[in-house]
Design a protein around this ligand. Structure first.
Ligand code: 1GP
Length: 237
């Protein structure tokens, strides 16, 4: 059954959505149950599943998650290999800050028929890497350069071009475990220029940071390492 996740995000424009990112390779089952229990009791709106490099069986991992939560589950794939028809939706990422055709269209072609057959909801998303004080896994794995964090006009123009190409969301990514999250000023300018929902993630660890990112205009904030290292953070948000 289609959950219409995108429609829900668009129609709840003023709602602050928290997305909990679970990297299949980093979970053990006891901890997973505990984190999902906290997520069920907190204000988490969605579960994202993916990572730059995943060696775990994604189908199996999603099945385990679904045993413990009814939250919508969205794939956040690092490559075409990270596909599962057990998910509710997929962020079909186009890495528009980079110039590597494999991450702009190549992986998409590889998985297009499987996606169509699966019937899961597809959310075409413009993915922008923002420099964050160190090189990130996604930067290395995608063989692309991030946008310098002080070049906020380039980030805004890139996001706007993504919207003009018909993408449905923009994701500003500092990288998993980033030293610095996406700068507030950059989020503000991107938000001013686009009219589609904005996702921000990477390096967010505190309630103050999360609130500041929402206040700058994010519709969805993604938390991965922040929760892995401190699941109790879910109780505070
Ligand atoms: C990474 O944006 C996500 O792709 C989340 O990053 O793990 O640093 O929260 P963190």
């Amino acid at each position: 059954m289609m959950l219409d996740i995108y429609k829900n995000i668009v129609s709840s424009k003023n709602t602050r959505h928290i997305a909990l990112l679970l990297d299949p390779d980093k979970q053990n089952m006891v901890n997973l149950e505990y984190v999902l229990d906290l997520a069920n009791k907190s204000s988490v709106s969605f579960i994202l599943v993916g990572g730059s490099l995943v060696n775990t069986d994604i189908d199996e991992f999603i099945r385990s998650i679904k045993l413990h939560t009814d939250l919508p589950l969205i794939l956040f794939p690092g490559s075409a290999l990270q596909f599962s028809s057990n998910a509710d939706a997929i962020l079909l990422l186009s890495l528009i800050s980079g110039r590597n055709p494999e991450f702009l269209i190549g992986n998409h072609v590889q998985v297009a028929y499987r996606l169509k057959q699966s019937g899961i909801e597809i959310i075409p998303t413009g993915y922008l890497l923002i420099e964050s004080g160190g090189s990130s896994s996604v930067q290395y794995m995608s063989n692309t350069l991030p946008i310098p964090s002080n070049k906020i006009e380039i980030a805004a123009a890139t996001a706007l071009a993504g919207e003009q190409l018909g993408l449905k969301m923009i994701y500003l990514e500092a990288g998993s475990g980033a030293k610095n999250h996406v700068p507030i000023e950059l989020i503000r300018l991107v938000k001013k220029e686009i009219s589609i929902p904005l996702i921000v993630g990477g390096g967010l660890k505190t309630v103050d940071q999360i609130n500041a990112v929402f206040a700058a205009g994010a519709n969805v904030v993604v938390l991965g390492n922040g929760i892995e290292n401190n699941p109790e953070l879910l109780k505070q948000i």
